[in-house]
Design a protein around this ligand. Structure first.
Ligand code: ADP
Length: 365
């Protein structure tokens, strides 16, 4: 039993106690007052309505009926023993009042129950509304994120197009000039440097393009545990060199999911590489798979200290980076890939570092 529930129970017991004691007290007044004080008896008799109504309002039908039955049992001996012979007319009046006590207990109690049910329904509806509002807000934020990604993606695609063509022309021109330079001329080295730099730029803009026009996932049934194991194996050497252990905690057996394994592998590689960078010199990385009725979740947890709350909303933005040599596209590409699978990629801080959640619907496609 929770602390709050225990407190409520104690309070209810106290209320029942007060109601019971007041009925006993009113009855005692009846017994202690001489029959000659008829007016006082009439007042005491009406006083019974107070505990009956209180019980009905507080505890519904059970409370109202319980209190009126208790009043009946307490009051009957007094009527029967004292008034029956002394003033049969007044006794009859009291028997009638007892019936009314019970009717009042029952009707007020039933009304109390009804209003309690209506209140519970209202509270339930308010809670549902609150939940729906929360979901709406998170969907809105996701839409906003998707919109930002789309517009920045389109911008990047335009830039890539403008940059790639001249790059091709530069490379061609350098090659032609290179042919004109004798093989043993030291200037050939400059041509080599120029070509390498052109290739590097071409690769970089290629990354942008991949971000701007991500390939549609080619989905096929896959075992998510296998994908996770492959990523852990792929990066185990690099992790060991950094004194970091990659643990896997896999929920097994896992239902197969419809995913583009290569793309999801790319997502997880990105997350684990970020985790390795966050862990710096040493630490741990946990890769977990979890399943619920409608989703499969992959968790990537590190011990790198997490992401400052103020920055958490921005890490998925394209080109957002806190690293000196970072490009800031890894998480936004990962976000887009997961969204294209109908899933969500979210971040929260765990005990020692960041936890990224890749949530995919069990039926994707
Ligand atoms: P990049 O790695 O090039 O910076 P990302 O999009 O992958 O680009 O990451 C964006 C930023 O999010 C990072 O620069 C870093 O500040 C933050 N980040 C990502 N993963 C983690 C993590 N596991 N722990 C702490 N910060 C992280």
């Amino acid at each position: 039993m929770g602390k709050g529930e225990y407190k409520r129970l104690r309070f209810a017991r106290l209320q029942i106690g007060i109601i019971g004691v007041s009925i006993v007290f009113i009855t005692a007044l009846h017994f202690a007052t001489p029959l000659s004080s008829l007016t006082l008896h009439e007042i005491y008799q009406r006083l019974y309505y107070v505990p009956i109504l209180a019980a009905a309002v507080l505890f519904g039908l059970r409370g109202g009926l319980g209190a009126s039955v208790f009043v009946t049992l307490a009051y009957l001996p007094h009527i029967f023993g004292h008034w029956q012979h002394h003033n049969p007319n007044y006794a009859l009046n009291q028997y009638a009042e007892i019936i009314i006590f019970n009717l009042v207990g029952i009707t007020t109690g039933a009304l109390g129950d009804r209003s309690r049910r209506a209140r519970a329904r209202l509270e339930h509806t308010a809670e549902e509304l609150q939940n729906a509002y929360g979901e709406l807000r998170s969907t809105f934020e996701q839409l906003l994120q998707a919109d930002r990604l789309t517009s920045l993606g389109e911008l990047a695609a335009g830039v890539v197009h403008e940059v790639r063509n001249p790059l091709g022309a530069i490379k061609g021109a350098v090659e032609i000039m290179e042919d004109a330079v004798p093989a043993d001329d030291s200037r050939r080295e400059f041509a080599g440097i120029a070509k390498r730099e052109v290739d590097r730029l071409d690769k970089l803009v290629g990354e942008f393009l991949r971000f701007a026009r991500p390939v549609k996932p080619a989905v096929a049934p896959a075992d998510m545990n296998e994908v996770v194991r492959a990523v852990a194996t792929l990066l185990s050497q690099q992790a060991a060199a950094q004194d970091t252990a990659i643990h896997t905690e896999l929920d097994s057996p896992l239902p197969r999911v419809l995913i583009d394994s290569e793309q999801i592998k790319q997502v997880l590689l990105n997350l684990v590489l970020n985790a390795l960078q966050a862990n710096a010199r040493s630490g741990e990385i946990a890769l977990r798979t979890l399943t619920s009725e409608s989703t499969i979740v992959v968790e990537v947890e590190d011990t790198g200290g997490g992401v400052e709350p103020a920055m958490q909303a921005r890490v998925f933005d394209p080109f957002f980076t806190t690293k000196e040599k970072g490009v800031g596209l890894g998480l936004s590409i990962a976000y887009k890939i997961v969204a294209q699978h109908g899933g969500t990629l979210t971040l929260r801080n765990g005990a020692r570092g960041a936890i990224f959640h890749v949530m995919l619907p069990r039926e994707t496609g």
